[in-house]
Write a protein that binds this ligand. Structure first.
Ligand code: PLP
Length: 438
């Protein structure tokens, strides 16, 4: 079969992809194991992006594969609306056990996008349950990414993800992003400058009246917009302002959760506790689509008042899906057995050194990192922004390394089982790729 001809006519409308370009010159993955993919034509690829920021324990881990296999044969699906199955309760308990203290409630979704929208709805309903229904505003941040559903899109701050989709959700505003190359380019870990960007939130509070604001949502480290690490003191200040005004703080931990920053969650890493936080991706090691919202006990308790009845009119057919729960429990066990939720801490310095060794390389205008997340930003070609990073991505692919490219930034987030020589190979390959660029 001539795949190329077939693909050009393919029914698959690919997400976040230049369909015509891709279908002319496809890159097809056929198999995966550990740190590697294999392409359809049998080439091995070192996975520098954990699939899509999700395969934290590496690919096709036997325990996870076996758990899913067993579960699908035992009970393929069961509803969680006014019914239950033990594995969903068990998974929620296990998740609460790895969460920061005080987050003992877990609402299941199926993706990061659904988690973002669920968290926003919980925030609105929480205030309403407490007699503060006037709090309807939601504050996001420029360059934030909270998925593609209407709520997450509204609070998100990546212009191309928003601009053609109409006016969206009412009552949304944004604080500015924290990217500040003039003061902070080539920072190792958290930039020293920029805590002051949090004062933007005070400005919006004054502008809108803080008693109308329900929630502020941020990624602790902005991932999709190119690994923007929070300046020292910034998240702490956001927390202070939210507490002062009775606003809920939501962390979107869809990327940072489950060990990416060398701690189980970003709130552990930064010592700043939100009121709600969202997860997905690494929750099941990417094996089965699943997400969740963690709620502080006090948020949950606010709903458990008044007469008996459904406390939150929200949920998905597949909330707590048995396959997701089976995959998730096996994933948590794999993380625990191999110490993966904190392994990143022991590799962070090496990862950082390898990344920052690219300083001085032609076209490189910034390097950013924290935990096992890193970004290399290239100077855009004057007439064609994004082209240089795309070409670097292609050259890495040809050289057997899979990296993620977004705009003129290349992003790195290897599975947390990565070994030091593999980290070196990722960045050496990138150096070669950049050197060959016009
Ligand atoms: C921080 C963040 N939130 C939400 C999402 C959306 O997740 P999903 O694609 O599973 O809907 C992503 C995806 O990359 C993400 O990085």
């Amino acid at each position: 079969m001539n795949k190329r001809v077939d693909l050009e006519q393919s029914a698959f409308w690919m997400p976040f992809t230049a369909n015509r370009q891709f279908k002319k010159t496809p890159r097809l993955l056929a198999r995966a194991e550990g740190m590697y993919y294999w392409t359809e034509d049998g080439r091995q690829l070192l996975d520098g992006q954990a699939g899509l920021w999700c395969v934290n324990a590496g690919h096709c881990r036997p325990k996870i594969v076996e758990a899913v296999r067993r579960q699908v044969g035992e009970m393929d699906f069961a509803p969680t609306f006014n019914m239950g199955h033990p594995i969903a309760f068990e998974f929620a308990e296990r998740l609460a056990a790895v969460a920061p203290a005080g987050f003992s409630r877990v609402f299941f979704t199926n993706s990061g996008s659904e988690s973002a929208d669920t968290a926003l709805k919980i925030a609105l309903a929480y205030h309403r349950a407490r007699g503060e229904g006037q709090r309807f505003r939601l504050i996001g941040r420029e360059r934030g990414y909270h998925g593609v559903n209407f709520g997450g899109m509204a609070v998100g701050g990546i212009p191309s993800n928003r601009k053609v989709f109409g006016p969206g959700v009412a009552g949304v505003d944004h604080i500015r992003h924290t990217h500040d190359p003039a003061r902070s380019a080539f920072s190792r870990g958290q930039p020293v400058h920029g805590a002051d960007f949090a004062e933007e939130l005070e400005r919006l509070c004054a502008f809108h009246d803080p008693s109308t604001i329900a929630a502020v949502i941020v990624e602790p480290v902005a991932g999709s917009a190119g690994v923007l690490v929070p300046p020292k003191g910034y998240l702490e200040r956001l927390r202070e302002i939210c507490t002062k005004h009775g606003i809920l703080l939501i962390f979107d931990e869809v990327i940072t959760g489950f060990g990416r920053l060398g701690q189980p969650f970003a709130s552990h890493r930064f010592g700043v506790m939100p009121d709600l936080f969202t997860v997905a991706k690494g929750m099941t090691n990417g094996t089965v689509p699943m997400g969740a919202v963690f709620a502080r006990d006090s948020v949950y308790e606010a709903f458990m008042q008044g007469p008996d009845g459904i406390e939150l009119f929200h949920g998905y057919t597949y909330s707590g899906h048995p396959l997701g729960c089976a995959a998730g429990i096996a994933t948590l066990e794999t993380y625990e057995e191999e110490g993966l939720l904190t392994r990143g801490a022991s590799l962070e310095k090496h990862f950082e050194d390898c990344l920052h060794a690219l300083k001085g390389t032609r076209h490189v205008i910034d390097l950013r990192n924290i935990g096992l997340m890193g970004a290399v930003e290239l100077e855009p070609r004057p007439s064609r922004p994004g082209a240089r990073a795309y070409e670097a991505f292609l050259k890495c692919f040809e050289a057997g390394v899979l990296v993620r490219w977004t705009g003129d930034t290349l992003a790195f987030s290897p599975p947390l089982i990565v070994e030091k020589p593999q980290i070196e190979r990722i960045f050496d390959t990138l150096r070669g790729a950049i050197a060959a660029l016009a």
